[in-house]
Design a protein. Structure first.
Length: 278
């Protein structure tokens, strides 16, 4: 019985996460590790910053030096080569440039970028110079970029008020060099959540229920990690987006209601615990 269980739990892929740490555990690299693990893959990490935060907000951000970030990426990956990379919070232009150099050296083709700019509570997590370098250089080197509405507005300069604006912003990101774009529509006041997937030859709108809850901390991090996991296991990017959205929706629906502010979601929704371990 135990042998059969171990076979079922065999890891499917290896994913390198390049992102910031969230001391509350709901977002950042903690959410990434939980998502990737719960979906059956192995997570390596390169921490770009340490944030002091809880569900009510961010108290401080302690950046990790660009060279130490680069060391983490290279030293881990030469030993355990990842099948894919998920990139989250990159707080400065020097960090972005070092990450760019590192991922080019690794020659890994499957890369998902979640352009983390603002925390759920409103705290800014990236400076303006970094945004310029991200827009000009980084988005060209990744397979998919997954901005939410505020992030897409910053990257494109387009004010997004409706679906048509989302499509226009996605097209502008493609023109800036992005290969594939998923703009997340949770910030819009629509009956259902609409996420727009677009590249030069394909287009898809994913419709999801809108749950009445404030407990959505880490949804962006979790979604991009879920997409990276499915993508690393052989799914097409569009299918990976569809599956990732379904995973996060269920995680929101079953959230544990922790904290006084924007609480975390339930990453364990994909796990069925066998009686042997209860």
């Amino acid at each position: 019985m135990l042998k059969d269980l171990l076979i079922k739990l065999k890891l499917k892929s290896k994913i390198l996460i390049i992102a910031g740490s969230d001391s509350s555990g709901g977002a950042g690299i903690q959410a990434d590790i939980k998502t990737i693990t719960c979906l059956g893959s192995y997570a390596l990490t390169a921490i770009t910053a340490v944030t002091v935060q809880n569900t009510e907000g961010v108290k401080s951000v302690i950046p990790i030096s660009p060279n130490r970030i680069k060391d983490q990426i290279i030293f881990s990956s030469v030993d355990i080569k990842p099948n894919a990379i998920k990139i989250g919070m990159l707080h400065s232009k020097s960090v972005i440039r070092n990450v760019l150099e590192s991922i080019k050296n690794l020659k890994i083709k499957k890369i998902v970028l979640d352009p983390v700019m603002v925390a759920k509570g409103g705290a800014k997590l990236i400076n303006n110079e970094a945004i310029k370098v991200l827009r000009k250089n980084l988005i060209k080197e990744v397979s998919l970029i997954t901005p939410n509405i505020p992030e897409a507005e910053v990257l494109t300069g387009i004010k997004i008020n409706n679906r048509e604006d989302m499509i226009l912003a996605a097209k502008k990101l493609i023109n800036l060099g992005a290969k594939n774009v998923l703009i997340k529509g949770g910030h819009l006041n629509t009956k259902k959540v609409e996420d727009i997937f677009l590249n030069r030859s394909d287009f898809k709108i994913f419709f999801s229920p809108r749950y009445k809850t404030k407990n959505t901390h880490g949804t962006g991090c979790s979604l991009s990690s879920a997409i990276t996991t499915f993508f690393s296991c052989g799914k097409s990017l569009k299918k990976a987006c569809e599956l990732g959205i379904k995973y996060v929706n269920l995680a929101i629906l079953t959230n544990p209601k922790y904290g006084k502010g924007h609480g975390p979601i339930n990453h364990l929704n994909s796990i069925e615990i066998k009686k042997l371990f209860r």
